[in-house]
Write a protein that binds this ligand. Structure first.
Ligand code: MG
Length: 313
């Protein structure tokens, strides 16, 4: 990119007031400097989104900015980490100032609401590709991992699932939820990372993951990492009115537990600690000795594979 284009981009990312007290030096030098308080560990995660692969070319730039940050903050949430700072790499075919303004607005608003500073980044020319790295702190030894689930543990999700999967269908023009369209699309475009929930449950949860690939796939990650199995109860899985309606209308009951992008947390708790749970959540099943994931639906318990899930959304 030409120097003037760099100058233009710099305008959007530099000179912002630092809001997080752990950021000693933000954008402008060769590195940013963060102070890691004694007794804490640094949690680091990164996600890349490519136009045409991870988002539609016509997506609203502020929604895209929000989502890019939200998916990374969701990874910090799933480990019980408190977000501190982010770095951003932007590859763009050309400098589009109105696009940039809206993009920065989308992620800036979410960043401020979680007390997070943008502390560095890079810009290059190429097909639209966005990479964001997020950093957070978690007390030493307290990070929630996928590997801690034990037989007998209760399985929870933080909120209703399936709306993002339905939102994707609406965005593609494959489904119409009528008056619910806007609400459902919002869940798909603007997920709300469960930071506060992650911080609260780190004191008593045994394992945790954020739902990016779908309940079945992500819970399976916990089961594999923990060397256990699980049984979830269909009737206990929370769905919105729109998802219930979708299932009734289409018969496609597999979508909400198979589709991704919900960014709710799925976590496990030893039953003796269940009384400590201090967040809104839904109990959907139990960890078993295993292996494998079973589903109880209408009184019948079967291995997930026996239900004939044909494809992952
Ligand atoms: Mg994740």
């Amino acid at each position: 990119m030409s120097l003037s284009e760099f100058e233009l981009i710099k305008r959007y990312f530099t000179g912002k007031k630092i809001i997080n007290s752990h950021v000693r030096l933000g954008v402008g030098d060769d590195c940013a400097l963060l102070t890691v308080p004694g007794g804490y560990e640094l949690a680091v995660t990164m996600d890349t989104m490519v136009e045409g692969v991870h988002f539609f070319p016509d997506v609203a730039p502020d929604d895209l900015g929000h989502k890019l940050l939200a998916v990374n903050l969701s990874d910090l949430a799933s480990m019980g980490a408190e977000p501190i700072a982010i770095t951003l790499a932007l590859t763009m075919p050309k400098v589009d100032t109105s696009w940039l303004e809206q993009f920065v607005e989308g992620f800036g608003k979410l960043a401020r609401s979680h007390n997070v500073d943008l502390v560095g980044g890079d810009t290059t020319r190429g097909p639209l590709t966005l990479s964001l790295q997020a950093m957070g702190f978690v007390p030493v030894g307290k990070a929630l991992r996928r590997s801690g689930a034990n037989p007998g543990d209760l399985i929870y999700v933080t909120n209703k699932i399936g709306d993002a999967g339905l939102g994707l269908k609406i965005a593609r023009g494959d489904y119409d939820a009528g008056p619910e369209n806007e609400k459902v699309l919002r869940q798909f475009n603007r997920p709300d990372p469960r930071i506060n929930e992650g911080i609260k449950i780190r004191d008593y949860a045994t394992s945790c993951i954020d739902l990016s690939d779908g309940l079945l796939a992500d819970l399976t990650h916990i089961l594999e990492a923990s060397h256990v199995g699980a049984c979830i109860n269909w009737e206990k899985i929370p769905f919105s009115k729109a998802v219930h309606h979708y299932i009734k209308e289409t018969g496609d009951w597999q979508m909400p537990i198979n589709a991704g992008d919900d960014y709710e947390l799925c976590f496990t708790v030893n039953p003796q600690k269940a009384e400590l749970i201090d967040i809104d959540c839904y109990h959907i099943g139990f960890i078993e000795t295993g292996p494998g994931l079973k589903l109880n639906k209408a009184g019948l318990t079967q291995e997930i594979a026996s239900y004939g899930f044909e494809h992952f959304y």
